[in-house]
Each structure stands twice: as structure tokens, then as C-alpha cells.
Design a protein around this ligand. Structure first.
Ligand SMILES: *[C@@H]1O[C@H](CO)[C@@H](O)[C@H](O)[C@H]1NC(C)=O
Ligand SMILES: *[C@@H]1O[C@H](CO)[C@@H](O)[C@H](O)[C@H]1NC(C)=O
Ligand SMILES: *[C@@H]1O[C@H](CO)[C@@H](O)[C@H](O)[C@H]1NC(C)=O
Ligand SMILES: *[C@@H]1O[C@H](CO)[C@@H](O)[C@H](O)[C@H]1NC(C)=O
Length: 349
């Protein structure tokens, strides 16, 4: 009986798969097949956002609004090429959304809110289990620097507060507080993050792999900018920013980071640091009862003119090989294998 039941289920799945294959291009456009880690083939629906009116919606937010709350199946929002002038929010109760653009330079989301970090992000990502790919979020309040006269203020491109979220080939552009990697476990791969002051901040537990960290602090000269402002606030908090095989480039100069809270943790591993990085590397802060000994700022195996550690802050940590291995392994953010079951992943390239 049990066996027969399984066979019927298999047969139904097999037939459904066959049908979706043979229904022609129109149907295939709106559903794609994906292979979850070890799981059976599953389909996800795709909602198309197209400014010219040839999709399901003309704004990204309208597409997200149309997804039912407590969504429990992967659903793709495909955003065609274009510049979308809107603030986008995936609320906490809409997990399992795969937001996909036409390319990092082709699909841009632009908004210019500023000053109130809780509300000003161009993209707010509050739900768990979100995948974003091939698009760029810009906060245009101060960016690009060349064509505006606004006073430099906190102006976020993105705020990420959900857990288990991955970002592939995503751009984050701003000047101050560009990316608020606020909390949760996150994976950033082949992303570009640009800014001048504290532009990767928060207490997220994240790996940034093969990302470009682009400093635009030239306008501050001779003052340096700050790449990270990590905000881990106690010694047992699992958070920390790990930059693995990244490139730090740009104009002006910048510290690798300064603490936003007293137990800030940041590691640059096997990355190229150009001469935008100041010799001291890190700037101390004074936070509550913590001391410089509580900060975990470290580098391992980096190269480039900015990687010369002879002038570094004396309190930079020398991390053990075991700890470097632990923090740079995928298990640091993905012990249970959530990433391989997502609608899209890029784990092995
Ligand atoms: C999107 O539009 C297509 C084509 O008009 C339609 O078949 C599909 O049902 C729509 N999907 C949603 C989620 O509205
Ligand atoms: C730094 O680079 C950015 C981006 O390319 C550019 O807009 C800005 O003008 C540059 N600043 C200086 C001082 O060169
Ligand atoms: C270090 O980074 C380089 C360049 O991205 C890469 O080719 C190499 O495999 C990395 N090495 C290790 C040990 O991760
Ligand atoms: C590192 O910097 C120190 C001090 O500026 C300098 O003496 C040394 O030659 C540099 N090392 C390399 C490998 O460039």
C-alpha cells in the first residue's frame, strides 16, 4: 500500500513535469524548474515586472504586495531591465521570494530617502529566506557625488534584517551607511558595495565572497572614510563580517573599519587591499564597558599595497588558523544547509 502510494505520487509528479515541458514557450516563461538540494524537482511561479506594461506589474512593490502573506513556496519576481524609482520592501511575513533582475547594470532601483536609518533604505529586506540576484539598489540622496549638492547624510541603499538570505551579483550604491547588514545570516557573492563612510554596517552574520568593496572617499581628503562599522555587542554574539577573496578599491583613503558596538568583529581574508586602505587599518572607538581587547578586527592572507600590516593599530587581532577556517567556511553562516534548498544558489563557482 505504502509502496503503491509512493508510486502514484511519483507518477503524478512525473506527468506534471512532462506537461509543463510540452506546453510551449508561453507557459515556460512563467514557471521555471529548479532542483532543491536532494529534493524532488519543484517549480516556482514567476511574476514579471515590466515598466512598459508587458508584464504582470509595472512596479516591484506591486508585485511583492500581490504575494500572499506567510508565503510558503518559492516565488520569483523577475524585474526587467530599467530604472525603477521606488522604495521596495519585502515585509517580514513574506519569506521565500526570489527577486531577480536582468543584470547588475541593467535593473536599478533608485530612491533618495535619508536621515532616518530605520525607514530610508531604498530596499528593505525583512523576511527570512530571500534570494536577490542581478540588480542594483541605489540611494541617490548623495550618490553619485558629482551631480548633487546635498549635505552628506546617512542614506541607505539597503537594510537587511531577515535571516537566511543570499545576494548574488547585487550592487549597493551610496555614500554614507550604504548597506545596513543589520542582523541574520547572509551570503553575498560577486556583489559590489560602494560608499565612503561606514558603508557596510550592522551586526549581521555574513560572508562576503568575491565582492568588490568600492571606496569613494576622495571628496573627504585628507580625512579617510570607513568601510565597515560592525555592531556585534557581546562576546557570545555569532555576528561578524567576513570578507573572503574580495577586492578593496577606489579613491581617497579609508579605514577597514571602526566599531559601532564594543564587540565588533570583521575579518578580511585572502583579499586584495589597494592603497586606499590607510596604514593604521582600524580606528578605535569607546563603547560602554568594552575595551579595545574586545574588538575582533583581523586580516589573514591579504595582498596589495594596502595589506602591509606594519603600521596597523597595535590592537588588531591575530586570529588563529582554526578560527579563520571556522569563519571563512560556509558552515559559519549555513550549518544546516539552507542555501542549497533555495530557489537559486551559486555555491560552487
Ligand atoms: C502574469 O501574466 C501572465 C501572462 O499574462 C499570466 O499568465 C500569469 O497568470 C500572471 N501571473 C500572475 C501571478 O499574475
Ligand atoms: C571617486 O570615484 C567616484 C566613482 O567613480 C567618482 O564619482 C568620484 O568623482 C571620485 N572622486 C574623486 C575625488 O576622484
Ligand atoms: C584567494 O583568492 C584568489 C583570487 O580571488 C583565488 O584565486 C584563490 O583561490 C584564493 N585562495 C584561497 C586559499 O582561498
Ligand atoms: C611595509 O611598510 C613598512 C613601513 O612603511 C615598510 O618599511 C615596508 O617596506 C613595507 N613592506 C612591504 C612589503 O612593502
Amino acid at each position: 500500500m505504502e509502496l503503491l502510494h509512493r508510486f502514484v505520487v511519483f507518477l503524478v509528479l512525473f506527468m506534471a513535469f512532462g506537461m509543463s515541458q510540452s506546453y510551449g514557450s508561453a507557459r515556460r516563461l512563467h514557471s521555471a524548474l529548479w532542483r532543491g538540494g536532494g529534493a524532488a524537482m519543484t517549480k516556482y511561479q514567476t511574476i514579471v515586472v515590466d515598466q512598459s506594461g508587458n508584464g504582470n506589474y509595472t512596479t516591484i512593490q506591486a508585485a511583492i504586495d500581490a504575494i500572499p502573506t506567510n508565503n510558503m513556496q518559492w516565488i520569483c519576481v523577475y524585474v526587467k531591465e530599467g530604472t525603477y524609482n521606488e522604495q521596495v520592501k519585502i515585509p517580514m511575513d513574506k519569506p521565500m521570494i526570489y527577486l531577480k533582475g536582468a543584470g547588475k547594470r541593467k535593473t536599478n532601483v533608485v530612491w533618495d530617502s535619508h536621515k532616518i536609518i530605520e525607514h530610508d533604505a531604498t530596499f528593505s529586506c525583512e523576511a527570512d529566506e530571500i534570494v536577490v540576484k542581478s540588480m542594483t539598489f541605489i540611494n541617490s540622496y548623495n550618490y553619485p557625488l558629482s551631480n548633487n549638492n546635498n549635505k552628506i547624510e546617512s542614506a541607505l541603499a539597503a537594510k537587511i534584517t531577515g535571516d537566511k538570505s543570499a545576494f548574488y551579483r547585487v550592487g549597493f550604491m551610496g555614500v554614507q551607511d550604504t548597506l545596513w547588514d543589520s542582523r541574520g545570516r547572509h551570503y553575498f557573492k560577486l556583489c559590489s558595495i560602494r560608499g565612503a563612510v561606514d558603508f557596510i554596517m550592522g551586526s549581521g552574520q555574513s560572508i562576503y565572497e568575491r565582492c568588490t568593496v568600492s571606496v569613494i572617499a576622495g571628496f573627504l581628503a585628507p580625512q579617510p572614510g570607513f568601510i565597515t562599522a560592525q555592531s556585534r555587542d557581546n562576546a557570545n554574539h555569532p555576528g561578524g563580517f567576513v570578507f573572503k577573496d574580495c577586492n578593496v578599491v577606489g579613491n581617497g583613503t579609508a579605514y577597514l573599519g571602526r566599531p559601532w558596538r564594543g564587540f565588533a568583529r570583521v575579518l578580511f581574508y585572502n583579499s586584495t587591499l589597494t592603497n586606499v586602505v590607510v596604514p593604521k587599518g582600524w580606528l578605535e572607538g569607546d563603547f560602554l564597558k568594552s575595551t579595545m581587547d574586545d574588538l575582533v578586527f583581523a586580516e589573514d592572507g591579504c595582498r596589495g599595497e594596502g595589506a602591509n600590516t606594519s603600521g596597523r593599530a597595535y590592537w588588531e587581532k591575530k586570529m588563529s588558523k582554526d578560527e579563520v577556517r571556522r569563519l571563512t567556511s560556509m558552515s559559519y553562516i549555513d550549518e544546516e544547509g539552507w542555501m542549497k534548498n533555495q530557489a537559486f544558489n551559486m555555491l560552487s563557482s
